[in-house]
Ligand binder design. Structure first.
Ligand SMILES: Nc1ncnc2c1ncn2[C@@H]1O[C@H](COP(=O)(O)OP(=O)(O)O)[C@@H](O)[C@H]1O
Ligand SMILES: N[C@@H](CC(=O)OP(=O)(O)O)C(=O)O
Length: 452
């Protein structure tokens, strides 16, 4: 069995839903289809939640009406029969009456906030399943809230999914296609929760891991993982093969096409992940598995909005135990560190979540001297095969960056990552300069030297 996930852009228009129906039924194979909310819906629901939290009921109602109007016109084009349209209408009426019921709640809490954002995936999956039925495709709708669970640390409980989903599928042996919601889950209190923004990819790989699927396919609006951010750099190209490690680095350091946690369950269970384009299904896409190509520098990604903290030991030389004390502070505030560089007496780190920055700085000051921290920093991550015996890779990277100030450099932590920290305002220049030097120039040179 395979698991296919379609993102917001792939379900965001009625005609896209029509093409997805063809795609999932064409090969006649059994599959679990994970859907995200229609593009724009999760943002709209979050915004409704914000108005409700601010007790601005009139604003919330106006936003709800706008979203409802979008769904009303969507179903007019999705279904071709009266009966199909009536089913679609009943689905949106039911879900929007739940959304409207939250307007009157005076103490709008995190619990309701999570319930409201879950509506996006609940709507898209029910609407799509009703469409499949209208088209005579027999599919079963599997409620993700029955088998997706996170623990108190927000970590998915894979064992629970294995058991629950295994038993649900065991009772539906006559079905070929299963539709389920990405992103949403329950928490240990039994409440509706989610796997964070972009989490439908993660749902797909968790399901893939749980059933040890033959393959997980992530269908989106681009033909695979590109060698650089296509939103910022013009001449990018899809990468055919990536290892799990390379893909994980790229996703973690900003390649938006993939949720950063997606690789973990797939790698753990040895399930290959393929990135495919809904608009161009014949394109090869990217295969993420154990194999890799022999290109040295394979891709570049960037992660924004980081804060850099510069810490100096007050004890100066031979201060053993200093790093332990530094990292205990970050552990205490459950704040992950992205990048670290050290010298004899100093350590610099970057953090993504600065919710506890003040407390962290205050505790660090008890045993260290701190410089003013820098906000709006960007990590640029260069991924590839950089085994220790290879020469000249750092030179290419630094040559590309010759006109861009670099705040931190990290090389050697793994064999497939060079990381640079720069100011956010230089991100586009850095990505373009690296693309020119490490891909376009490199390939042009190869063509010249290998010409007959
Ligand atoms: N390195 C990259 N390769 C491919 N796409 C990327 C990369 N970096 C950023 N993206 C962006 O990711 C988008 C797809 O991700 P996303 O919007 O989350 O899709 P979906 O809605 O299908 O989940 C692409 O349209 C592209 O602009
Ligand atoms: N709808 C959720 C989950 C998701 O993964 O969406 P997408 O597949 O469109 O990135 C979000 O917007 O975060």
């Amino acid at each position: 069995m395979q698991v296919w996930k379609f993102g917001g852009t792939s379900v965001g228009k009625p005609e896209r839903m029509h093409s997805i129906k063809n795609l999932i039924t064409e090969d006649g194979n059994r599959k679990i289809v994970v859907l995200s909310a229609l593009s724009g819906t999760t943002n709209a629901l979050i915004s409704i939640g914000e108005s409700l939290k601010a007790n601005n009921d009139a604003e919330a109602t106006q936003k709800i009406n706008e979203l409802y109007a979008h769904y009303e016109s969507f179903i007019k084009e999705l279904y071709s029969t009266e009966a199909g349209y009536a089913e679609g209408k009943a689905i949106i009426e039911k879900e929007f009456s739940f959304i409207r019921s939250l307007v009157n709640i005076k103490l709008f809490s995190v619990k309701q906030e999570k319930e409201i954002v879950a509506e996006g995936e609940l709507l898209s999956t029910q609407m799509f399943e009703a469409y499949l039925r209208e088209e005579g495709v027999s599919a079963a709708l599997l409620p993700a809230l029955d088998f997706m669970l996170i623990d108190a640390d927000n970590e998915p409980v894979l064992k629970f999914t294995e058991e629950k989903l295994g038993s649900i599928l065991g009772q539906l042996t006559d079905k070929q296609i299963f539709i389920t919601q990405g992103f949403i889950c329950r928490n240990p209190r039994g409440e509706v929760d989610n796997l964070k923004r972009g989490g439908s990819d993660y749902t797909a790989s968790l399901i893939g891991g749980a059933i040890v699927a033959e393959e997980v396919q992530i269908w989106t609006d681009i033909d695979g993982m590109h060698n650089n951010d296509p939103r910022i750099v013009k001449k990018t190209f899809p990468i055919r093969e990536l290892t799990f490690e390379e893909a994980a680095e790229l996703a973690y350091f900003g390649a938006k096409i993939l949720h950063p946690s997606t690789i973990t369950p797939a790698k753990m269970k040895g399930v290959p992940v393929r990135l495919k384009n809904t608009m161009e299904p014949a394109a090869y896409g990217t295969l993420i598995a154990d194999k890799t190509s022999d290109r040295e520098i394979k891709a570049i990604a960037a992660k924004d909005n980081l804060t850099a903290i510069y810490i100096h030991s007050t004890r100066m030389l031979n201060a053993y135990g200093f790093l332990r004390r530094v990292f205990e502070v970050f552990e205490k505030y459950k704040t992950p560190v992205d990048m670290i560089t050290t010298s004899e007496v100093s350590v610099s780190v970057t953090i993504d979540n600065d919710e506890h920055l003040e407390e962290i700085m205050a505790e660090l000051r008890q045993f260290a001297d701190l410089e003013e921290c820098d906000k709006d920093q960007t990590i640029v991550c260069i991924v590839g095969n950089f085994s220790a015996d290879k020469e000249g890779i750092a030179l290419k990277v630094l040559e590309a960056m010759k006109n861009i100030p670099i705040r931190m450099i990290c090389y050697g932590a793994s064999e497939h990552n060079i990381t640079l920290l720069i100011h956010g305002k230089n991100k586009a220049a850095a990505l373009n300069a690296l693309n020119e030097r490490c891909f376009l120039y490199e390939d042009a040179m190869k063509d010249i030297f290998s010409a007959p």
